[in-house]
Write a protein that binds this ligand. Structure first.
Ligand code: OXD
Length: 310
């Protein structure tokens, strides 16, 4: 039972190979580029596989995404049809996302960028902001991570709201659903957090039209995928003041190229896709457990729905 492993960084691939070897004794685990017999590969464990990687394995039974999202797997134009995909989710990932969202929402809420600028100018500038219950913060996407983030914001006292495609009830969070609910969700939303899955219908959703529906001076946090954002629309919205500040953890191209204008834009905070980075030891245990369950039963609780895209 060969498991092929691929991550863009070779040293990381080797690390995952060795860890999975320890967790799955008796299984044959190898880096994708070292597979000698492609027909023996039944499982692939991957992050951002290269186009055509999966198509090399005629007997592939399952693909495991090293992460919650599966868009990076579906992006392969040669992906063999019908091979099930397992997501890697767990309490650690949710906790990390809750921390990231709380940190950056509070940062925008308390206007820390302006406060730090005042410090740099040795300016004793006391910024007065509304208390959290008077601050409307919205989370787009109410899957595991989005729902947990919205609950965390409600727990901090914010007027938390959430939007999802098909609707969801979350205690303490005002929820909106579907295309009909979008405008009401956006109106008055002073800090917007994007945690949508990346699908054909959400690609480019963070665009000029959406920014225009937020109150002037709103802040945007994107910790989902770079493909959700129309980069030029964000720059224009920051220039016009429609958007005051943005925090971006994800980008069209990662690592973010050195010449990307986001790096030097003082209204943008860039973090290197770390919002809910998988902890390799915990992730390894989750992946090994899911592979064992899948090998025994042909399914597992973390199966993704490739047709839906998440
Ligand atoms: C994920 C991510 O999909 O970290 O888990 O982006």
């Amino acid at each position: 039972m060969t498991v092929a492993v691929y991550l863009p960084a070779q040293d990381k691939t080797q690390w995952w190979v060795e860890m999975l070897q320890g967790l799955l004794p008796g299984w044959d685990i190898a880096a994708i580029d070292e597979i000698e017999d492609p027909s023996a590969v039944k499982h692939a464990v991957v992050w951002r596989p290269r186009a055509g990687d999966m198509a090399r394995f005629p007997n592939l039974e399952v693909i495991v995404s090293i992460g919650a999202g599966i868009d990076h797997v579906l992006a392969d134009p040669e992906l063999p049809k019908g091979v099930p995909i397992i997501r890697t989710v767990g309490d650690d990932l949710t906790q990390r996302m809750r921390e990231y969202v709380a940190l950056h929402v509070l940062r925008h809420h308390r206007d820390m960028p302006r406060q730090l600028q005042a410090q740099a100018e040795k300016d004793w500038h006391a910024i007065v902001v509304p208390v959290a219950p008077n601050r409307v913060v919205g989370v787009m996407g109410l899957g595991n991570l989005g729902a947990a983030a919205a609950k965390t914001l409600a727990g901090l006292g914010f007027a938390a709201r959430g939007w999802s495609k098909s609707g969801k009830d979350i205690e303490g969070v005002e929820t909106f659903a579907g295309a009909d609910g979008m405008d009401a969700f956006l109106s008055g939303c002073e800090i917007l957090v994007n945690l949508l899955p990346l699908t054909d219908s959400t690609k480019g959703i963070l665009n000029a039209d959406l920014f225009g529906k937020l109150p002037k001076g709103a802040c945007v946090i994107n910790c989902a995928r770079g493909g959700h954002l129309v980069d030029g629309d964000l720059i224009a919205a920051l220039e016009s003041g429609q958007i005051k500040q943005a925090t971006l953890d994800v980008f069209h191209q990662e690592p973010l190229p050195a010449d990307n204008a986001f790096w030097a834009n003082s209204a943008i905070t860039v973090t290197p896709h770390v919002a809910s980075q998988i902890d390799a030891a915990t992730g390894g245990r989750l992946i090994a457990a899911n592979l064992k369950i899948f090998a025994e039963t042909g399914t597992c609780p973390d199966m993704a729905d490739a047709a839906r895209g998440y």
